[in-house]
Design a binder for this molecule. Sequence first.
Ligand code: HEM
Length: 124
Amino acid sequence: MAAPAVVKLHAAAALLSLGVGGAVLFMRKGTSLHRRTGWVWIVLMTFTALSSLWILEVIPGSFSPIHLLSILTLVSLALAVWRRRAGDIVGHARAMQGAFYGLLGAGLFTMLPGRVIGRMLFGP
Ligand code: HEM
């Protein structure tokens, strides 16, 4: 609870992204519900990735390798939209799935000892 506001907002957006992204992956594709929920997911993921640029905790005061995932996520989301507009459905699905697996991976890594969620789960 003592974490800075940006960390709380980042973690909240990431957790919402897990729920919304999971739902989009399993729902019927191509419907207007898929498109609208997909855009909600893109907004949440963009917020998650951008907000992380203001979190400099793993290497205090400096960017860490995890920030590469933030850039990769933004690139994947843009690529997914671009591929869909170009009619490349398989490419669109791959880029979206890649961004979702990145989210899952980042979520798992937050449980490492010493990180905020790790400390919440397993103590100091
Ligand atoms: C369920 C998923 C996620 C949760 C619960 C979560 C939670 C957190 C928390 C609590 C922190 C702050 C302090 C710490 O490092 O422990 C953090 C930092 C960070 N997160 Fe996430 N996050 C998630 C997903 C993501 C995703 C998808 C990205 C990239 C797109 C991301 C990128 C980062 C980065 C770059 C940092 C800063 C690391 C540093 O201090 O160098 N996170 N996250």
